[in-house]
Design a protein around this ligand. Sequence first.
Ligand code: NAD
Length: 341
Amino acid sequence: MRAVSAIALPLRRLTPASARQSSRRCFSSSQSVHATWGFIGLGRMGYPMARNLRAKIPVDDTLIIQDVNLEATKKFLQESPEGVIVADNVREVAEKSEAVITVLPEPHHVQGVYKAMLQPPSLLKEGSGKERIFIDCSTIDPTTSREVANAAHSSGQGKFVDAPMSGGVVGAQAGTLTFMIGAAPELVERATEILSMMGRRVLHLGEQGAGLHGKLANNYLLALNNIATAEAMNMGIQWGLDPKALAHMINISTGKCWPSEVNNPVPGVIEGSPASRGYEGGFGVALANKDLKLALRAAKDAGVKLSLGEHAKQLYDEVEADPNCKGKDFSVVYRYLGGKE
Ligand code: NAD
């Protein structure tokens, strides 16, 4: 694994001054010296990411945005009118941009958007200059991602990088996300330069698909740790232990993990945690379950044996369907188990 720090990299900085001097960055058929950046998917993550991107790219560059939700593009244009264009469709985004970032919910959205961008396979004729790079930050399965990458590469219309992220909405707003990327070595510097405008760390895990494999392995572990923490806390409290004392002991012992230390599922143990505010905000149980299912599918495709994943999925399905838990932070598993609140 190669960790690339946004600060330590000796990269060409995309300052307004360097942009004005550089003619290498042109892409549109008009041979303008200013670059156009594309962003598709202005949801909870994409919207603040695109805001950060717009703030960091040279002032004379253009950001072209697209979302099926017209309210999102309208709001974006109202909040950042300078140097922003709303495209009629995703094909237009691909035609005009030298770098396209996609942040979409599920595999079928990614498939559909890339199909629409890459068909007909004539993007190269419409653009010129620097090779187009597609960066998909969505959390999807590696198989779909590989298919999309192959479609881009085999048609010669651009290079594709998978760059799932962690850090949540708060990290997207603050520009402190961590990206895990899967990319050919020659793309890493350029992808890092772009992603560093929206995050703090870019970790290159290997060839295309590796970013998603890393992300899904991490989120599999997170999903299990979350259940185990809720069970262990519930067990200890039912035996009569004080919740804070129990959490403190675990967090200086071998059971320590992110759910026990940062996102403890018992209300009142950690001030400001989702559990302490009625399980609102945080990492939604539906998203946690989605990532778990993607990990299970990818493991099955690779013939990897998992012993706990199916049980965990069943539990999250039940939690998601429970009216007292639906839509809440995934630590609400503790409530589902009947934990004392
Ligand atoms: P979201 O549902 O809030 O946003 C997705 C956006 O994509 C929406 O605005 C939607 O209108 C748009 N969209 C859907 N289909 C489209 C299409 N065909 N063309 C253009 N736009 C389209 O989702 P989100 O929370 O922003 O998550 C996006 C991705 O990031 C997901 O894959 C998610 O798993 C991943 N992720 C989310 C978080 C989080 O905390 N929310 C954290 C890490 C990773």
